[in-house]
Design a protein around this ligand. Structure first.
Ligand code: C5P
Length: 316
């Protein structure tokens, strides 16, 4: 009997707005996070595996350095959570083909966990609603629910309470990638340290950003980009300030550190402007590598072409 296997394609995210409230007693921060899913993808395949090996994982692709190939990987934790919650005893093998930068502020680990939840839902015919998948996702990490939904959305609470954002148009991004990641807890801790003496107001959704997204006004979106973690990421990685400056000097509509960094995202007017900026950034010598992407794109989705099912299984 052939092994059934499900492949899910999942995007990366950037934050168009990341407003961070004061540190709460549980160590987390109340956030307003406006997410956009962009066209850099990981492919996650989940298979029933030979009996006796438990849940195993293999990583391949362009971005593998620093990705744990053991039970500390969030995708394995996602599989363990589903197996426990739904009494699934099959052994499983997870294969992740990575293109999303690792520890880059683009939610690569959360994306793989989201894809694993969606794959297991299909593999075991759990027929979970979007809300049930989100709830499982939020037990794994604050960004996981958004990686299930994709598109453009506002995250509140820890960033996991989502509302869809009304957004029109397609946005062109140029991403300056670093070969060495930043630790998210370390960037939040640096943000707390830098704001220790300040009175921090509860975070609010930016009206300017929401109106620009609704109007598909890329120039106004560029002006409205904001990230409270940016100064902390630049404090831990001073070279990021120079990268931001180079992109602005070359005419980007907006420049922002994505999430906790170190990826820097530049919004540009169109494909030609993206190519020009990518060439200029590469020539400047201040960035490790450059990628281009479009947003918004959908969240984690079963890739029907790569998915194999037992004949006894119905099509999805
Ligand atoms: O939820 P997740 O595991 O992705 O969060 C990673 C880290 O980011 C947390 O350990 C915490 O340091 C920080 N964080 C936070 N407040 C949030 C979300 C994340 O302080 N709302």
């Amino acid at each position: 009997m052939p092994t059934s296997s499900i492949t899910v394609r999942v995007p990366a995210k950037i934050n168009l707005q990341l407003s961070v409230g004061p540190r709460e007693k549980d160590g987390y921060h109340n956030l307003v996070s406006v997410f956009q899913a962009i066209s850099i993808f990981d492919d996650v395949t989940v298979k029933r595996a030979d009996v006796g090996n438990g849940i195993t994982i293999a990583i391949s692709g362009e971005q593998t350095h620093g990705v744990p190939a053991d039970s500390s990987n969030l995708a394995v934790k996602a599989a363990q959570l589903v197996a426990k919650r739904f009494d699934i005893s099959s052994d499983l093998h997870i294969e992740i083909k990575k293109s999303i930068p690792v520890a880059g502020g683009m939610a690569g680990g959360s994306a793989d966990a989201a894809a694993t939840l969606v794959a297991l839902d299909a593999l075991f015919h759990l027929e979970l609603s979007r809300e049930e998948l989100h709830k499982l996702g939020s037990e794994l990490g604050s960004d996981v629910p958004f990686m299930i939904s994709g598109g453009t959305a506002v995250g509140q609470g820890r960033g996991d309470q989502l509302t869809a954002a009304l957004s029109r148009g397609t946005y062109h991004w140029v991403l300056a990638l670093s070969s060495v990641g930043l630790s998210t807890p370390a960037v939040y801790a640096e943000c707390d340290r830098m704001r220790a003496e300040l009175e921090i107001a509860p975070p609010q959704v930016s009206d300017a950003l929401m109106q620009s997204l609704l109007a598909a006004d890329a120039e106004a979106v560029g002006r409205a980009l904001s990230n409270d973690l940016q100064s902390a990421a630049c404090s831990l990685r001073p070279a990021l300030s120079l990268v931001l400056e180079v992109g602005r000097d070359y005419g980007a509509l907006g420049a922002i550190v994505s999430g906790s960094g170190p990826t820097v995202a530049f919004l540009v007017a169109d494909e030609d402007a993206g190519l020009d900026l990518a060439v200029a950034l590469t020539a400047s010598g201040v960035v490790g590598s450059v990628a281009r992407a479009l947003g918004p794109v959908p969240g984690a989705k079963v890739d029907r072409k790569s998915t194999r099912l037992n004949s006894s299984h119905r099509c999805i």
